[in-house]
Design a protein around this ligand. Structure first.
Ligand code: ADP
Length: 513
């Protein structure tokens, strides 16, 4: 400062954007700039000569003296009170938040300290607003999470508690159909059966949509062969297509892809189901085409086709194109909206081409697998089959915690000639076997009481009776149950509610496997 004219030094100080206060080692104010007067309300001459603590709220003054003396003992440029909230005090006693940086100055052998003081009222206000906004966003997210949890709870309840009575009615219907001989009663039961089927299809579709919407379905992508899925679909739809007089043509596909296999299978199942449903004569074909790093899976049919002006809407919920009277219609317009949600979830691509009267082609484009994929073995295990008695007399162990489903299933199976033992838990299952009872076939519900699962029951019983023990897992929660289970030739997984006839066919096939 010595080399400048005092007026110039003064002008420089006044031009600074911050309030500048220069104090000596004892904390006495030596010089201030114009901003100090504007900020603190003191005229220059009123404040010079006063202690710096004059500009600090009274409650901080004692502490400040200590800090100041410490600083004088170890001078360097630094912000003041790092991490602390600092406040200035105006002449009228009002306070405001400040930010201060300190620099030592030497003046003719005397140590002075320059403090640049910035009023941060506006910044603090913005920060406070941000905190409030963040808290509001967090509260909104918590509310949304709670709503989502509520929805998941509803879904769990709906899927379990609604499926159980539906399963009971379905099995009782099957039992009654075997008992009644009256023509009208048979007709009434047949109608009831149709209504139950429609109800369970609608329940399944609604639950699929809700699960997809609530984010409860998380894709687990992996490398897998398209052929494995084609084979599953061929087994599932061959007889349905044949019953309609249609040819189901499943071409050989050598390609492997990278995605979530069970969700891709769900997409293709919906597409094949539609193709069969909307085709009166001709064929439904499944094929795959390799295109660079992509694999295109096509579901083609020679069905009724979709008019061009309807194509943009077919993925909307409950949207159905008017279908000719002589064509079966047993959907709700939800299948393709599930397909579209799954396609989006898996970030795949789905195209459709269609011509009225000629047919439709839905094609799903997936990334080709880059790694090696283990071949899927469908052949039966080598262990010898344990079934010696006729199928109808086989010993069935039924593990079901719901009393109504348990007794309806027992009733149906006993009527069919099976020897049924029904229990409700893993402990009862083990007790039954330890008592020396044989089991030819195990049917277990997936979700049992006290957190036990059907997979535990199957594993425990196979530990004792061998891996070739035939087992059926019934579940209302297909995704989690199926994903945990390695496929084996003696295990079948069915989704509740299962139709009585389907259950009996499945048991016969499994016992003969
Ligand atoms: P739905 O339960 O009615 O089958 P979807 O959502 O699966 O519902 O399909 C919506 C509509 O798209 C169907 O009602 C049908 O009119 C039409 N559609 C879907 N797939 C085909 C197809 N392969 N051939 C002809 N029409 C189809």
């Amino acid at each position: 400062m010595r080399n400048f004219a005092p007026e110039l030094a003064r002008s420089v100080l006044d031009a600074a954007p911050d309030a500048m206060v220069i104090i000596d080692a004892a904390g006495v104010i030596q010089l201030t700039n114009r901003q100090v007067s504007a900020l603190f309300g003191y005229a220059h001459d009123d404040i010079v000569g006063q202690s710096i603590e004059q500009l600090i709220p009274e409650r901080f003054r004692a502490g400040h003296v200590g800090h100041r003396e410490q600083y004088v003992g170890n001078v360097r440029v630094r912000p003041m009170g790092a991490g602390l909230e600092l406040f200035g005090r105006r002449r009228d006693g009002t306070e405001f938040p400040v930010e201060i940086s300190l620099s030592p100055i030497e003046d003719m052998g005397r140590m002075l300290v320059a403090a640049a003081i910035r009023d941060v009222t506006d910044r603090k206000r913005v920060e406070a607003q941000l905190i409030v906004a963040r808290q509001a966003a967090e509260a909104a997210r918590e509310l949304a999470d709670r709503a989502n949890e509520g929805k998941s709870r509803f879904l769990a309840t709906a899927s379990h508690d609604l499926r159980q009575p539906l399963q009971t009615i379905e099995l009782l219907n099957g039992t009654l159909r075997r008992r009644v001989t009256d023509r009208h009663a048979i007709e009434a039961l047949a109608q009831q059966e149709l209504a139950i089927g429609a109800m369970s299809r609608l329940l399944n579709a609604l639950l699929d949509i809700s699960k997809l919407e609530s984010g409860a379905i998380r894709p687990e992508p992996t490398d897998f062969t398209v052929a494995a899925i084609f084979e599953e679909l061929r087994m599932e739809f061959a007889s349905i297509a044949a019953n309609k007089g249609l040819r189901l043509e499943v071409e050989t596909c050598q390609d492997a892809v990278y995605s979530d296999p069970s969700l891709v299978e769900q997409i293709l199942r919906n597409l094949v189901s539609n193709a069969v449903k909307y085709t009166r004569e001709g064929w439904v074909r499944l094929r795959c085409l390799h295109e660079a790093a992509l694999v295109r899976i096509e579901v083609l049919d020679t069905g009724v086709g979709i008019p061009e002006d309807h194509l943009p809407y077919i993925y909307d919920e409950f949207y159905q194109v008017a279908v000719p009277n002589n064509c079966s219609r047993d959907g709700y317009g939800l299948g393709l909206s599930i397909v579209q949600r799954l396609v989006k979830l898996l970030t795949l691509k789905l195209d459709v081409r269609s011509e009225v009267g000629k047919g439709s082609a839905f094609s799903l484009v997936l990334p080709a697998s880059s790694g090696q994929v283990a071949p899927v073995h469908h052949e039966a295990a080598n262990s010898p089959c344990c079934i010696t008695q006729p199928i109808g007399e086989a010993r069935v162990l039924l593990v079901e915690d719901n009393p109504a489903v348990r007794s309806a299933t027992s009733l149906l199976l006993e009527l069919e000639g099976y020897h049924v033992t029904a229990v409700a838990s893993l402990a009862e299952t083990l007790q039954h076997v330890r008592n020396g009872n044989g089991v030819d076939l195990l049917i277990s519900d997936y979700h049992l009481n006290d957190g036990e699962t059907g997979t535990q029951v199957i594993a425990a019983l196979r530990d004792i009776l061998g891996m070739s023990l035939r087992a059926v897992l019934t579940t209302g929660d297909t995704t989690s149950a199926i994903k945990q289970l390695p496929r084996d030739p003696y295990l079948r997984i069915t989704s509740k509610p299962i139709n009585a006839e389907e259950l009996l066919t499945l048991l016969r096939a499994l016992l003969a496997a």
